[in-house]
Write a new protein. Structure first.
Length: 209
């Protein structure tokens, strides 16, 4: 299994993170348009618990069949409700799926790097800092919006109350704390053109690395 540390010559990995509802997907789409292939940890996390996977089997064995939807897939809402506020159960869930996520991440990175060793691969990891994965990346980009805007956007996006949005935000590091780990910051409070101009500047800087 590949474990990358800064300075590793296999390929250049840009970690893309930020708070929930900060606009990470928008920034990733812009980077992809500029030529940076995407590895999406959220997508991988869904794939490693699909029906028939070892990950889902371990989850059902531990949490019970209550976490399954009628079609046999994992009911993410039920699992989220079970582990919310329960650190022991959260850690247990992570122990079931994180090794598979890391393995698939390494596989995808190796495939992309084999085609073009000089490509800049962006890796979208919502909880990059919380999971202490900084060592995997050459540079880290944090998408930033103030907490009050984050709360408003999250409530509108998920059609939930402000109180529910705040509780969800509390499960992550405060967005301001993530900034201390950033090599690049995108201020996503403005319009798309404002965001794009920052992303393009970062992309030009990355070409010089």
């Amino acid at each position: 299994m590949m474990t990358k540390n800064k300075g590793d010559s296999r390929c250049f990995l840009l970690g893309v993170t930020g708070g929930i509802a900060s606009g990470k997907s928008t920034v990733s789409e812009m980077l992809a348009e500029l030529g940076s292939p995407l590895i999406d940890f959220d997508l991988i996390a869904r794939q490693v618990v699909e029906p028939g996977t070892e990950g889902l089997a371990k989850i059902v064995d531990y949490f019970g069949r209550q976490v399954l939807a009628e079609d046999g897939s994992m009911d993410r809402k039920k699992v989220s409700d079970i582990i919310f506020g329960d650190m022991e159960k959260r850690k247990k869930l992570e122990s079931f799926i994180h090794p598979s996520i890391h393995e698939e991440f390494c596989r995808q990175a190796a495939v992309i790097a084999a085609k073009d060793p000089k490509t800049i691969i962006q890796v979208a990891v919502p909880l990059l800092i919380e999971l202490n994965l900084q060592h995997l990346f050459d540079k880290i980009l944090v998408v930033h919006i103030p907490a009050e805007i984050q709360e408003k956007r999250l409530a509108e996006r998920d059609k939930i109350s402000s109180e529910e949005a705040v509780n969800i935000m509390k499960s992550q590091l405060p967005i301001t704390e993530k900034l201390q780990f950033a090599d690049f910051v995108v201020d996503n409070t403005g319009n798309l053109d404002y965001t794009r101009s920052q992303v393009e500047k970062i992309w030009r800087d990355l070409q010089k690395e």
